[in-house]
Design a binder for this molecule. Structure first.
Ligand code: ATP
Ligand code: MG
Length: 257
């Protein structure tokens, strides 16, 4: 008898597998997960096929995923450094992946203002990282994976984990942290080159602008969860994060030289 457990909207655990609704970008993501398996990267679920209900079947990664209020282990500096090392390992593993021409990623409206370097994860939030004994061991939820740069993926991670956010919008345990040293810790653990670090804040700014635009467009055109996110203040949180960044720009930048 298989155990069944609801994990999130439409996402269920069935035994040692997870079943998720299949999106338009499913085939592209499955190709990516197969490549990661081929090169022996152990920090992502395996793609196991599509079930009789048309859902994608992934391997269940044993461990803890911080959902809801951030638990202490996930707010620790060690966790932040661990996420950075995991992201670096993912980037080094995916670097050689040449996706099939015409692969359809979740990337609209047209995304990049720079030449893409690799297929990024693009959604390194606490809900998408599996921990074991306080150590990040796997990335899950590759729905937003798409061609991007290492720096943009670092920016997304830092934005959620340092975090780059107004204290009012942070998780309770991150309310009093000083994000500057944590951004530097992330860059050190990732091994981000010196000359890339000076572009981190401008890149974060550009990503905030993009997120604002994309979320507003999706709320208008697709409605549903996007509209709920927008109505719940997603746009206002982005603007507050930008205001906070502007106010602390020089201090943050001082940790990146
Ligand atoms: N392969 C997996 N192994 C272990 N847990 C998983 C796996 N896939 C999903 N989960 C669990 O289910 C949750 C939701 O899955 P996922 O992030 O893939 O879906 P989602 O649609 O992004 O949901 P949400 O927006 O609520 O995060 C994850 O936060 C995690 O707790
Ligand atoms: Mg998720």
């Amino acid at each position: 008898m298989l155990s069944r457990e609801g994990l999130a909207d439409g996402v269920v655990r069935v035994g040692e597998t997870v079943r998720r609704p299949l999106g338009a970008h499913g085939p592209a993501v499955h190709g990516l997960l197969r490549y990661l398996e081929d090169v022996g990267f152990d920090g992502a679920p395996r793609f196991l096929g599509v079930d009789e209900q048309g859902r994608e079947v992934l391997s269940y990664v044993e461990g803890d995923v911080p959902r809801g209020a951030l638990p202490g282990y996930a707010a620790a500096d060690d966790a932040l450094a661990g996420v950075a090392r995991l992201l670096r390992r993912y980037h080094d593993a995916v670097q050689g992946y040449d996706p099939p021409a015409g692969a359809r990623w979740d990337a609209e409206p047209a995304d990049l203002d720079v030449e893409p370097e690799l297929i990024g994860h693009c959604d390194i939030t606490p809900e998408n990282v599996v921990f074991r004994d306080g150590t990040p061991v796997a990335l899950i939820d590759f729905d937003l994976a798409r061609p991007t740069t290492r720096l943009y993926d670092v920016v997304t991670a830092v934005r959620h984990w340092a975090p780059l956010a107004d204290p009012a919008d942070r998780d309770r345990l991150l309310y009093h942290v000083d994000p500057g040293p944590r951004v530097r810790l992330f860059c050190d653990a990732y091994g981000l080159a010196r000359d890339e670090r000076r572009w981190l804040l401008p890149a974060a700014w550009a990503r905030f602008e993009r997120s604002y635009r994309v979320m507003r467009e999706r709320a208008e055109r697709r409605g549903g969860v996007w509209a709920a996110l927008w109505d719940g203040g997603a746009g206002r949180r982005i603007r507050r994060a930008q205001d906070w960044m502007e106010l602390h720009w020089d201090d943050l930048d001082g940790h990146l030289v």
